[in-house]
Design a binder for this molecule. Sequence first.
Ligand code: CO8
Length: 260
Amino acid sequence: TTSYLTVEMDDNTGVAVVTMKSPPVNSLSLDFLTEFSISIEKLEMDRKCRGVILTSGLPKVFSAGLDIMEMYGKGPEHCAEFWRAVQEMWLKLYGSNMITIAAVNGSSPAGGCLMAMACDYRIMADNPKYSIGLNETLLGIVAPFWFKDTMMNTIGFRATELALQLGLLHNAPNALRVGLVDELVPEKEVLSAASTAISKWLAIPDHARQITKSMMRKPTIDRLLSHRDQDINNFVSFITKDSIQKSLQVYMERLKQRKT
Ligand code: CO8
């Protein structure tokens, strides 16, 4: 079986580096998401693991977000299974007891931005060519309520209202300005800066930090947990509409034409 990521655990620090490696752009396919959630679950169970640094092993892209091919031309059963896997990834990451740091070493649209926002702290490469944001409306689709909640919890109501309606992809400097990322560092230093940042978090007693994190995030997590099946049904009926399928097709064609 192919592997979409690597996990390197440092037993001295208790920090695992999870490196996403699904060429060409780390899009979140069903198989990718399944492996991702299992990997996070395993680290969660590992008493030696206190923190995770999430990064990309590919040049220029952290993650291109959900794999559009999983949502295009697929039947309702497949769409439902895929959406449950997307939910699971977010529940695992947003609800993790571990310290989670996103080392955003490339562009991170849509689901990629969701992944980064689900972490405790974000460090991005200071390359203005890289962008991050929830651009769903540009695809003619609507970010689900828990994407919106996650962004509101990160950058506040007004910035989210603007970003979501306009489908804003912020370049790295703007992402720092709106608080979508916490730090910009030179591209080559993203991982080392993540190690430096996590040491500050490791100095806090786990128990106090975990309870505090849960206090902040549990209401948002519970909102999805209590509407999980309804959220899947919404996704399936929305994404299988002819008009939405048409929008996705147009978007994919534009993406491919952009090539020079
Ligand atoms: N899914 C599938 N394939 C993709 C995706 C994707 N998300 N992104 C890129 N690809 C493909 C491209 O089509 C291209 O394929 P090919 O080689 O066959 O032409 C290949 O990957 C490489 O892409 P690029 O040439 O564009 O690579 P670049 O390095 O130039 O750019 C980017 C990388 C910036 C990541 C760029 O590819 C991009 O902007 N991609 C689109 C990202 C995007 O818009 N993702 C949104 C996905 S939707 C989502 O995540 C949340 C949906 C919530 C659903 C709610 C519904 C109710």
